[in-house]
Design a protein around this ligand. Structure first.
Ligand SMILES: NC(=O)c1ccc[n+]([C@@H]2O[C@H](COP(=O)([O-])OP(=O)(O)OC[C@H]3O[C@@H](n4cnc5c(N)ncnc54)[C@H](OP(=O)(O)O)[C@@H]3O)[C@@H](O)[C@H]2O)c1
Length: 284
């Protein structure tokens, strides 16, 4: 897997229309990113069963909306499936009569293999399966992308443009690795939140105000990630050792982590997430 960061977004394909089935949190985040990246609003569509979400999107971004998934699927060149996994079978049965063979299908639905999407749509299609994460809501997402063999280079580039609008993108070599993407990127903001919550609890117990602890800890985590990304010539181990003077305060904390088998705790958690992803994939 290679991280592929594009600070300068390529110009969106001004000819392409993009439509989102499901106008919830993830669709709204991607639409906001596309608008910021100068994708023409009149080439963005969204469909949703209830009106309020569509009205909000129209008011905020002036995009086109409809309550008909079928009308949207007929209209657009790029179709983003942005409903909860348990709703995807219904959506597929509503749009399967539309000829989707010349369109790019992008799924953000967790746990749905591409083959199952094609089976439900009863067509062989160019499909990209993606797994973004919640930092996408502030333009700092990390999205894993997997394309089937029918997706061409231009469609890959346009997928990168779309997901680079909400953060960074990494192409995944094998679809089976999407469960790992979920475990280390889709779910991992929660692990980092847990780490920060635990550190705030410790700081408050040591007498610090929660507000000050929050400010220091969130900035330290953000700063550590930025430092790691901006010094690719140094390994994470090297960066860690640079903070860790022998016999010092950091060394005491690291020794405590190690004696409590921190690495084993993390490995087991990631394995548990991968395993659960596989189970959910079979249930869908
Ligand atoms: N949020 C994340 O962090 C995240 C990360 C990675 C992937 N994803 C994936 O992104 C997808 C969407 O997640 P989300 O967080 O955006 O969920 P969400 O906020 O609940 O949005 C889903 C939207 O789909 C609409 N919907 C339900 N049935 C529909 C139908 N038959 N046709 C069209 N629209 C329909 C819902 O409308 P109503 O509310 O009116 O029913 C809702 O607006 C999920 O598959 C999830 O696995 C989410």
């Amino acid at each position: 897997m290679t991280a592929d960061t594009h600070p300068d977004l390529p110009a969106p394909n001004s000819e392409a229309t993009i439509g989102f089935i499901g106008a919830g949190n993830m669709a709204s985040a991607i639409i906001a990113g596309l608008i910021s990246a100068n994708w023409p609003a009149h080439k963005i569509y969204a469909s949703n069963p209830s009106l309020p979400k569509l009205e909000r999107l129209t008011q905020k971004f002036n995009i086109k909306t409809t309550q008909s998934n079928q009308a949207l699927a007929e209209q657009v060149d790029i179709l983003v499936l942005a409903v909860k996994p348990q709703k995807l079978a219904d959506v597929c049965s509503q749009i399967k009569s539309v000829d989707l063979s010349h369109k790019l299908i992008i799924s953000v639905a967790a746990g749905w293999p591409i083959q199952r999407i094609e089976q439900n749509l009863q067509q062989q299609l160019a499909v990209v399966r993606t797994m973004p994460n919640t930092p996408a809501f502030v333009g700092e997402g990390a999205s894993g992308l997997f394309a089937n063999s029918r997706v061409n280079q231009q469609q890959k580039r346009i997928t990168e443009t779309i997901f680079n609008a909400i953060g960074t993108t990494s192409w995944i070599a094998a679809e089976a690795q999407m469960d790992t993407v979920t475990a280390i990127a889709g779910s991992s903001p929660a692990y980092f939140f847990l780490m920060m919550e635990s550190m705030i609890t410790a700081a408050v117990q040591a007498g610090m105000s929660e507000k000050t602890a929050f400010e220091l800890i969130t900035q330290a985590m953000k700063g550590a990630a930025t430092l790691a990304q901006s010094t690719p010539n140094k390994s994470l181990e090297q960066l860690r050792k640079e903070v860790t003077s022998p016999g010092g305060t950091t060394a005491a904390a690291i020794a405590s982590f190690k004696s409590n088998e921190f690495e084993d705790i993390v490995r087991k958690a990631v394995d548990a997430s991968i395993q659960r992803g596989k189970e959910l994939g079979q249930l869908n």
